[in-house]
Design a protein around this ligand. Structure first.
Ligand SMILES: [Zn+2]
Length: 115
């Protein structure tokens, strides 16, 4: 089940970032969803909600999705959005962005014990 590993990856990435910043609570996780991602974002959200039940720091965490357009780069040097045929040389460009689900940012609550 691909969605589960994506959801777990989002959780693990946010967890690592939260620990690095001594966060007491994770409030929002901003996730970039590529246009050509082969996973179902709703399913990921559902599984993420299951995973976060195990971790009190994540109980109020919300996933915020942002769609990311596909970007391609061709061997001829052309870069753009046309992902089937390169408009410059007719070759097949490589997709460089828009195929993944990645954590872009997180919003956390930090325990401020210096005051
Ligand atoms: Zn080309």
């Amino acid at each position: 089940m691909h969605e589960y590993s994506v959801a777990y990856d989002i959780y693990a990435t946010a967890k690592r970032a939260a620990e690095e910043h001594n966060a007491t609570e994770v409030k929002k996780i901003f996730v970039d969803v590529g246009e050509m991602t082969m996973v179902n974002p709703e399913q990921v959200k559902f599984l993420f909600d299951v995973i976060k039940e195990e971790d009190p720091a994540f109980h109020n965490a919300i996933l915020e999705y942002r769609q990311v357009a596909v970007r391609v780069r061709c061997a001829c040097g052309h870069e753009g959005y046309e992902h089937f045929v390169c408009p410059e040389c007719g070759g097949m460009p490589q997709i460089t962005e828009g195929r993944e689900i990645v954590v872009a940012n997180i919003e956390i609550e930090v325990d401020d014990d210096e005051s």
